[in-house]
Structures are given as structure tokens and as C-alpha cells.
Write a protein that binds this ligand. Structure first.
Ligand code: ATP
Length: 651
């Protein structure tokens, strides 16, 4: 029999008969290892414990309690879920299902005439059925079918037919299925040995998901759950999820009336309510002042431009998927909604002849742009289709790149400190050299700019990680990665090096030698788009914005409207004159209720005024999040709060 050569993580190599399984390899090392383990990673691909291995390769044995092991458990839980659903809804059609780092899910579509889809109300019955299947401890087996057999198996289920065709095409006409008793499913990846090994699970929710993520496809019902080895891990995860929900900017945005998105009016097109607009306005004022103080020249440029501009820039060739279709004006002109502001700032640069004395020339704008993001990716304010970027482009001479890069980074760190942002990491985003469509094809240019970026970071002694395929089409980026409440990671700030657009738009400056030279562009967004930044801050502050950003900064509650209303009004007027966002709550409700309301709206300061305060010209101050109340003179309170607010309003 032919044999294969298997390499272990410690470098050791061993021969096995071709067709050996990971389980057999584990047993050959030790029985206890075999018992603890659930699958293998063969040449970096997860393989089922019982899958025959037929080629040479490197192997890692996956322990049940490792991250990969948990994914195998969840993959099995996903199939138990599908099995339970099939028993309860025999005619159901299945989309995709999988186990992953976040839990597991399965997509379903009920073709029943009444059109009734699986809903939250069905989760309990499905859980009970899953528990039955787990108790039966059905053995799970993996089989490989021909395309014809797999098609016969899935019958008239259109989604499963699509999957069979896709997988067979990608896998020499073969399709892997997993069996749990009578239930057969097109599961992918590895599974545990029997259903009884899934013990601790919880079904979480049901939500719509387009088939294959495309909004032109039918909407399926996605049933979400999670599974763990131990109950205590599940409990901790459920608690984390609850906290994440409470932090979710969409939930807080609704509670504090910050913004809304109505798919009937336009998916990904947010409406900023007065409270959200106030927060945004403070950020806009802050960042414009800060940038002007740091040598940026702020401009306004149109959101629309002739399509030819984006053909010249390369957006049309490399970024078209993210762009709205051009508007045909009927007279031969085609107008395009800009997906980025760089070509606009290039027009500003090119409007005058530039001298080396002007460099670095820093152009900035709160620039509105439109990107046709996939509907499945749209999330509240953090991923939208219309957004306003705190954008800036610095035009520099070659020998100024490094210094300017460092200046931008220093400015960014300063801004982060003002917003108390400390949980982030740097990512150097490179092109994917294989992807010639997405990235401008000039190896030398990429090598040079990627190296430059890396050496600037090394020089500054900053930690970073590197990622291929995350660059802009025109050049590499330094991205600042932050975590969202839902556990994902997203880019907040970015600094990008660009040798391409100056070439494409024939940018020049007159050097000290009187000759024409080509500048380099540095693109940068300090506080991201207003949309993503407000989403991020809402989650980071859990809606309790610091005073300078809070939509309402002070609420005054008179103990008795008749006796203390006039005093409350005097204080309100004085605070408002000092620029504080303040209102009086003189509604006919109990004091306790009004105090609670101010707490739920997370207003930073609550002032209660009664007989004593009127008598000695004071206010009774309660700071958000604190239990105690302190009496303060009115002048002192106004002085302190205005100082607190002004501290951030500097440039
Ligand atoms: P992403 O990887 O998040 O799609 P990108 O690499 O396409 O972003 P850039 O072109 O560098 O983004 O845009 C600058 C910044 O704008 C990003 O760093 C991000 O903070 C923000 N941003 C990008 N797309 C969106 C969006 N659809 N909604 C809200 N903010 C966005």
C-alpha cells in the first residue's frame, strides 16, 4: 500500500499508510491525545477526524477545547439544528449553515403555501427537538457522493441544488455529506463523532439573510445559536452578548433618539435626529479647529463630478463595485457620486501652480461620499452608503513623506486622547499581489511604498500587524483597528501613501531648482466618517457621552414648579447664555420619575432646586452615574461646567 509522509508541528516526520485518518494518527501518538482531540488541520485545512488522508502534508491535531475544536463542536451543533428543523418542518428548504467563532447558524426557507417562516416563537420547540437528537447520541458519518447522487439527495430544494453544483464544480465532481441517523446534510468542514457530544447549546435569534448575501436573491430565515463544552462558558458568553446588546449603537441610538435608518426610504442612508446631530456637530467643530491649528486648509467640494474624473483616477477601473451607477444627464454628460474625496482635493491642488514653498500642502474637508456597500454589510451608522469623511490630503515632496507621516500619526494620537480612545491596534495594509483587478499594477511602486510605510513604523518603534489585500487600490495604508460592541474589528483612522494619483493627474510643483517635480500624496482620515465615529463613540461610552459631546448637558428639576420655577428659569438662562445645552423638566410628574428619566437619557448633570437652593443661591448637583448629590453655588457650577466643555473645544 502506498504511504504518505506526515509532518508534525515540532518538525518531526512520520510515514503512514495512505488513507490514514487524523484519529488514527492521534492514536498512534497516545490514546489520551486521541480522546481529547476532535479533528485535524491538514495543510492548514480543517479535516474531519475520520477523513482519509491521501497526500503528504503537515498535520496539527485539534483538541476539543481549542478554538478550532470549538468550531467543530458548533459545526456539529449546526447540523443537529438542521436535523431538528427538518423533523419539525419536513418541507423546509436549507441555505447554508456553519459553526464559527461566534456560534452557529442555519438558513432556512419554508416553501409552505401559507408562507409562514420559522420565527423566534419556534425556537423553543426546535431546542427541545435538538435535545432529543442529542440524547439519541446518533453516530455521525462523513460520505463523499457523486454530483448526481448529491443532486438526487437534495431533491427540489433550490438552494441545496446551488450548493451541490458549486461544491461539485470546485471539488472534481464530488460532494461531501454528513449523516446523523437518517438525516443527511451538505455540511462542510469537520464534525464530532456523534450528536451526544453536543451538550451545552442555546438558540439565540432569527434574522433575515439574503441567499448568498445578495440582495437580489430571496431572503432566508437565519437561525442563530451558540454551543460550548461547559455550561459556565455558555453563561459567560450569554452575559457578554447581553452587554454587547446594551452597548450596540443601534440600540442606544434608538433609546437616545440619535439617528434612524428606514429601509423604505433608503438602506444605509441614515437620518440624524437633533440629538445625534448635536454630537456630530461637536465632533465636526472640534476636528476642524484642530486641523486648522495644525496647518490644514479646509475646503468644500461637490459630491458629484464628471465620470471622466473617476476614469482618470482609476476608481472606475478598480473601485467600480463600490460606486453608485453614473447618472446619465441625457446630453452626453455622465455624473458620478464620488466614492472618495481624493480626486476633489486634487482639483484644488491643481487649480494653482504650486511651489515647493507651499509643501507640505494640507487640504482637508468633511467630505460627503457615497459607496454602494452590499446590503448585507450595512450596519446602523458604522457601515452606511452615504457618509461624511474627516478627510485630508497632504501633498509632499519625496523627502517630506516620513516627517509628514509621523506628524499625522502624532495628531491622531492626540485626538484619540481627547476622546479617551485607547483600545486600538495598527494594521499595515498591503495589496494582494495576485489581485490585478483590485490593485493598480505596478510592482515597483508597491514595493517602494509598502517598504516606506513599514520603515516609518519601525522607526517610531510602534507595534503593528500586517495584512495582505487590505490596501487601497492606489497604495498601502496604515489602518487603526478598533473593536465594535458586537466583537468585530473595524478601521477607524487611516493614513495612506500614494504615488499613483499624482502621476495620473500629472501633479507638479516648482522646486527650489526652478524645475517641475512630482509631489506624493498622503491620504488620511483622522476620526473616520462622522457615521462610523459616532457609532464607535456611542458603543465606547455606552451612550454616556462626556459633557462636551452630550446632546443635552444639564437638566434642571424644580422641586415645586410654582415655588421654584422662576429660580430654575434664571439658572437655565444663565447656563444657556454660557453656551450650555440645558433644559428644565417641569412636567407634572413625580420627582423620582424625572430623576430616573434624566438617568436613562444619560444627561451628565442633573440640578435639583428647592427652597434651600433658592434661599442660598445654589443648586443641588448630581453627576450622571453617581449616587450622591452635592450643593454648589450657581456661579461655581457654571464656571466648572463651562471650563469642562471648553477644555475640548480648543484647536
Ligand atoms: P472599510 O475597510 O471599512 O470598508 P475602506 O478601506 O474602504 O474601509 P477608506 O476608503 O480608507 O475605507 O475610507 C476611509 C475611512 O472611512 C475608513 O477607514 C472607515 O473608517 C470609513 N468608512 C469606510 N467605509 C465606510 C462605510 N461604508 N460607512 C461608514 N464609514 C466608512
Amino acid at each position: 500500500m502506498a504511504s504518505i509522509n506526515v509532518k508534525f508541528p515540532d518538525g518531526a516526520e512520520k510515514q503512514f499508510d495512505a488513507g490514514v485518518t487524523t484519529e488514527e494518527i492521534a492514536k498512534s501518538i497516545s490514546i489520551s491525545l486521541a480522546k481529547r482531540s476532535v479533528a485535524g488541520k491538514f495543510n492548514d485545512q480543517i479535516v474531519d477526524y475520520r477523513q482519509p488522508l491521501t497526500t503528504d502534508g503537515s498535520i496539527e491535531i485539534i483538541a476539543g477545547d481549542s478554538e478550532d475544536g470549538l468550531n467543530v463542536l458548533r459545526q456539529t451543533a449546526a447540523q443537529v439544528l438542521a436535523n431538528a428543523i427538518k423533523q419539525l418542518f419536513p418541507n423546509i428548504h436549507f441555505g447554508s449553515g456553519e459553526g464559527n467563532a461566534d456560534g452557529f447558524f442555519f438558513d432556512t426557507d419554508n416553501p409552505a403555501e401559507d408562507g409562514k417562516q420559522i420565527s423566534k416563537d419556534d425556537l423553543e420547540a426546535i431546542s427541545l427537538k435538538m435535545n432529543e437528537i442529542i440524547k439519541q447520541n446518533l453516530p455521525i458519518s462523513r460520505e463523499v457522493l457523486s454530483k448526481a447522487d448529491a443532486l438526487a439527495l437534495v431533491g427540489d430544494d433550490p438552494y441545496q441544488q446551488d450548493l451541490v453544483n458549486e461544491r461539485a464544480d470546485a471539488n472534481n465532481g464530488e460532494v461531501v455529506v454528513y449523516k446523523q441517523g437518517d438525516f443527511v446534510d451538505l455540511s462542510d468542514g469537520a464534525q464530532l463523532a456523534s450528536t451526544g457530544k453536543v451538550r451545552v447549546f442555546k438558540l439565540l435569534s432569527v434574522a433575515g439573510a439574503y441567499w448568498q448575501g445578495k440582495s437580489s436573491n430571496p431572503m432566508l430565515q437565519r437561525i442563530y445559536g451558540t454551543a460550548f463544552l461547559k455550561q459556565k462558558d455558555l453563561d459567560a458568553d450569554l452575559k457578554r452578548r447581553q452587554e454587547a446588546r446594551e452597548r450596540d449603537h443601534r440600540v442606544i441610538g434608538n433609546e437616545l433618539d440619535l439617528f434612524f435608518v428606514d429601509p423604505k426610504v433608503g438602506n444605509g442612508l441614515p437620518y440624524w435626529m437633533p440629538n445625534g446631530a448635536t454630537i456630530r456637530r461637536q465632533i465636526e467643530r472640534y476636528i476642524i479647529d484642530k486641523e486648522v491649528a495644525n496647518g490644514y486648509q479646509h475646503v468644500y467640494t461637490p459630491v458629484l463630478a464628471n465620470l471622466d474624473v473617476y476614469k482618470q483616477s482609476g476608481h472606475w477601473d478598480h473601485y467600480r463595485e463600490d460606486m453608485f451607477p453614473p447618472m446619465d444627464m441625457g446630453d452626453g454628460e455622465q455624473l458620478e457620486l464620488r466614492p472618495m474625496n481624493c480626486p476633489s482635493h486634487i482639483q484644488i491642488y491643481n487649480h494653482h501652480i504650486r511651489s515647493y514653498r507651499e509643501l507640505p500642502l494640507r487640504i482637508a474637508e468633511l467630505g460627503m461620499m457615497h459607496r454602494y456597500e452590499k446590503s448585507g454589510a450595512l450596519t446602523g451608522l458604522s457601515r452606511v452608503r452615504e457618509m461624511t469623511l474627516n478627510d485630508g490630503h497632504t501633498f509632499v515632496a519625496l523627502d517630506q513623506i516620513e516627517d509628514e507621516f509621523k506628524k499625522i500619526l502624532k495628531l491622531m494620537v492626540e485626538v484619540y486622547e481627547d476622546f479617551d480612545i485607547s483600545d486600538y491596534r495598527f494594521r499595515l495594509s498591503y495589496r494582494d499581489p495576485e489581485n490585478k483587478e483590485k490593485y493598480f499594477d505596478d510592482d515597483a511602486m508597491w514595493e517602494r511604498s509598502q517598504k516606506m510605510l513599514k520603515s516609518a513604523m519601525d522607526d517610531m518603534g510602534l507595534d503593528y500587524f500586517e495584512a495582505e489585500g487590505e490596501a487601497a487600490f492606489y497604495g498601502p495604508k496604515l489602518d487603526v483597528q478598533t473593536k465594535t460592541a458586537l466583537g468585530g474589528e473595524e478601521t477607524l483612522s487611516t493614513i495612506q501613501l500614494d504615488f499613483l494619483l499624482p502621476e495620473r493627474f500629472d501633479l507638479k510643483y516648482v522646486g527650489a531648482d526652478g524645475e517641475e517635480h512630482r509631489p506624493v500624496m498622503i491620504h488620511r482620515g483622522l476620526v473616520s466618517t462622522m457615521e462610523r465615529f459616532v457609532a464607535y463613540l456611542t458603543e465606547m461610552y455606552k451612550g454616556a457621552f462626556p459633557t462636551w459631546l452630550a446632546p443635552k448637558q444639564v437638566t434642571i428639576i424644580p422641586v415645586n414648579n410654582g415655588a421654584h420655577g422662576a429660580y430654575a428659569e434664571t439658572i437655565r438662562r444663565r447656563l444657556a447664555t454660557a453656551g450650555v445645552r440645558v433644559s428644565i423638566n417641569d412636567r407634572n410628574e413625580k420627582m423620582g420619575y424625572k430623576i430616573r428619566e434624566s438617568q436613562t437619557k444619560k444627561v451628565p448633570y442633573l440640578l435639583v432646586v428647592g427652597d434651600q437652593e433658592v434661599a442660598n443661591g445654589s443648586v443641588s448637583v448630581r453627576k450622571y452615574g453617581e449616587e450622591r448629590t452635592e450643593s454648589e453655588g450657581v456661579d461655581m457650577f457654571i464656571g466648572a461646567i463651562t471650563q469642562e466643555i471648553q477644555h475640548y473645544s480648543r484647536g
